[in-house]
Design a protein around this ligand. Structure first.
Ligand code: MN
Ligand code: MN
Length: 244
């Protein structure tokens, strides 16, 4: 069951309203990287694992994200309330709140409706935890963009807390993967990989033949195939290098 407490997780105190900024905040309310997406993603994933520790973590973080949704909702409410009271407010009139009304809506900053398609879940705990690291990265990137244009001190303080918690969640999901020895192992199912598992195909090349090299395409982890077409003519694209 759920019990709602009226006090937010962290103070939300907007001094002066900015409806244009509130519209950007919608990205974290009804947008792809937003708190609704995160909360529902972790909630549904919690039913997909029998591990009591993992289930507990997903349910706790899902509930915290719902608390974040409340904070973002309060920020939008405070940024639009005062502005809507002033009929002369040109910024309010030019925002989507002039049509939909003050306060948050399940829309992103461009007015597109929230979609369940934003949720990434697939019942395999490793896949789910990796999806969660990506979800947290998306949320953190949006919060950093919002912080860069935050119009007032109170908004900045709330956003700093929200951004910080996404960093904390990322660390927690990474810890869970590490415990499963899946933080740096791409294979997690029953797949028996073929000989190409370590092969890097140089399929984007310049006329000069220069190729960029890095640890992602170098020995001992990877075998670099300079000319895949030539090797294909020889009848094989297999690398044969041993997987670490
Ligand atoms: Mn959050
Ligand atoms: Mn999070």
């Amino acid at each position: 069951m759920f019990i709602h407490r009226k006090e937010p997780l962290h103070a939300v105190e907007v001094k002066s309203s900015d409806p244009a900024f509130a519209q950007k905040l919608l990205e974290q309310f009804g947008g792809a990287t937003g708190e609704l997406t995160a909360s529902l993603q972790y909630f549904v994933q919690s039913f997909h694992t029998d591990d009591p520790g993992l289930k507990d973590m997903l349910q706790n973080i899902s509930t915290e994200e719902l608390g974040h949704l409340e904070m973002v909702g309060m920020l939008i409410e405070q940024h639009t309330k005062k502005a809507s009271a002033n009929v002369q407010d040109a910024a309010y009139k030019s925002s989507l709140f002039s049509l939909r009304g003050k306060g948050p809506h399940f829309l992103d900053s461009q007015g597109s409706s929230w979609k369940a398609d934003y949720i990434n879940e697939g019942a395999n705990p490793v896949r789910d935890l990796r999806a969660n690291i990506a979800a947290e990265a998306g949320a953190l990137a949006t919060y950093e963009a919002l912080l860069a244009i935050s119009p007032d001190e109170g908004t900045t303080r709330a956003l700093q807390h929200l951004a910080t918690r996404e960093v904390a969640h990322t660390e927690m999901f990474m810890s869970a993967l590490k415990q499963m020895s899946k933080l740096d192992d791409a294979i997690f199912g029953d797949l028996k990989p073929d000989d190409t598992v370590n092969v890097y195909y140089n399929l984007s090349s310049s006329l000069g033949g220069k190729s960029e090299r890095g640890p992602w395409n170098s020995e001992p982890e990877f075998k670099f195939v300079q000319d895949p077409l030539e090797q294909r003519k020889k009848g094989s694209l297999e690398g044969g290098a041993k997987r670490h």
